[in-house]
Structure formats: C-alpha cells, structure tokens
Design a protein around this ligand. Structure first.
Ligand code: ATP
Length: 237
C-alpha cells in the first residue's frame, strides 16, 4: 500500500518471568486504518497494547510514524501521539468528569485548543456533558467507558489503542460505544481495537489479526476474517 505506515511492529516478544506472553509478533497499521485484534482469553492482546504503550518491556521493533520507540517513556508516547484506553477504564473515581477529561490533555500546553477539544468531546458524548461536574466514580460502567475514550481523545492522538471497550456493558451501551467508534473511524482516526466481541469488532475494522497463545496466526481484510471458518468456529460462536 502507498499509505503511510503509522505503526510497524516486527518480531515482538514479551516475557513474564519465563513465560512468553507474545512471541515473534508482527503487525502494521496505515494512517486512517481501523485494525481489529481478536483472540481468546490470555492470548496476549492486552500485553500487545501495553508493549506499544511501553507499559511492559518487550524485545523486537516498534516504530511509530517511522521512528523506533525504543527508550521512550509512556508519557513521551502520549506526546508523540499514542493514546491508550485501558481495559477496565481506569478513570479517576474521586475527580470530576471534567477534570478527568482535562487530565487527558496533560501533555499539551495549547490552552485555547484544549478548551475547544473539551467542548468537542462533550458534544460527542452528551451523557458526559450532563455529568461533567459529577465524580467519575459515580458514573455507570458504560459512562465510565465513554469517559475513558473521551479522555484518550483529549491528547489529540494519531493512534488510539482500545482495550475491550465493550467489556461488561449492556447491549444498548455496546451499540452506543461502537457507533461512536464508527464515527471516529469515519473521521479518519487510526485505531487498534482489542475486543471479545469479535463480530462487532470485525464489522467495524478494515483489517484484522488473530492472536493465539502469543502468536499471530491469521490476518487479513476484516470482511474475509468474518467469513473465515476458522475465525467463525473459534470466535464468532
Ligand atoms: P484477556 O482477554 O483475558 O484480557 P489477553 O489476550 O489480553 O487476555 P494478556 O492479558 O495479554 O491476554 O495475557 C497474556 C498472558 O500473559 C496470560 O497468560 C497472562 O496470564 C500472562 N500475564 C499477563 N500479565 C502478566 C503479569 N503481569 N505477570 C505474569 N503474567 C502475566
């Protein structure tokens, strides 16, 4: 493809003690692509996102926008343009919704733009506007997930990493979250999405990868993966 690669991963391995969580993983993402990562519990999906964010040490190559991220710290990566929306949301329960959102912009100094982006996120997530002065810990699970996504967007990312955004949510909220992800995709946001809900996630994605026991076993167009009997049998029930 002639599209610029925003993320390139080659031969990535992560070990916890003696056990490999990832072994020889390669993946690439072009600017504007939405990539779906599918895999069973414990396959290493969260570990891959954490390696990209430098939250766990890894071996191998990770390039972001053409540059190796070796030696970078997690907060430098946020400044470079990688935002990580972690599993389990991890919003600051004792701070207001609004302060959580502003924390997403902690690496920025452009105050006027930050105010504009805050307004944009409150427009995108009307439930958050209504609750902006409420403590984040009082939000429902789905609302906390929205807050986690909005907070990640406040860093103006060039790559958004999403770990199980639909986990534990009621079906109507899952639909609401996926509608927002579809809108982000249409606006050109580059995304790497980890999901148990393989069906919805592959419907959203341009391409997908399948991770099994720490290794990439399949990749292709998301529509082809949806129709692949191996994927259907293992992940689509
Ligand atoms: P899930 O869908 O259940 O979250 P996953 O695909 O995200 O699974 P990971 O969380 O990346 O999988 O875990 C991959 C493997 O690494 C698992 O066997 C897990 O037990 C192990 N692992 C993860 N974190 C650690 C850790 N901090 N110390 C030791 N082992 C770990």
């Amino acid at each position: 493809s002639c599209q610029a690669r925003i993320l390139e991963i080659e031969s990535l391995s992560v070990r916890y003690g003696g056990i490999y969580a990832l072994r020889g993983v390669s993946l690439s993402i072009a600017a504007g692509e939405c990539i779906t990562l599918v895999g069973a519990n414990g396959a290493g999906k969260t570990t891959l996102l954490r390696a990209i964010s430098k939250l766990v040490p890894s071996k191998g190559i990770i390039r972001f926008a053409g540059q190796s991220i070796a030696g970078r710290s997690p907060h430098e990566l946020v400044r470079l343009g990688i935002a990580h929306c972690p599993e389990g949301r991890q919003v600051l329960a004792r701070q207001t919704v609004r302060d959580n959102l502003l924390l997403g912009a902690y690496c920025r100094r452009d105050e006027a733009q930050i105010a504009q982006d805050l307004e944009e996120q409150l427009k995108r997530f009307p439930r958050l506007r209504e609750r902006q002065h409420q403590l984040a810990g009082t939000l429902s699970g789905g609302e906390q997930q929205m807050l986690a996504i909005a907070r990640a967007l406040m860093s103006r990312p060039r790559l958004l990493l999403l770990d199980e955004p639909s986990l534990g949510l009621a079906p109507n909220l899952v639909r609401e979250i996926f509608a927002i992800l579809a809108q982000l995709r249409q606006q050109g946001m580059t995304m790497l999405l980890v999901e148990q809900n393989a069906h919805l996630a592959l419907q959203l994605g341009d391409r997908g990868y399948v991770l099994e026991a720490g290794q990439m076993t399949l990749s292709g167009q998301a529509s082809d993966l949806l129709n692949d009997p191996r994927v259907q049998q293992a992940y689509l029930g």
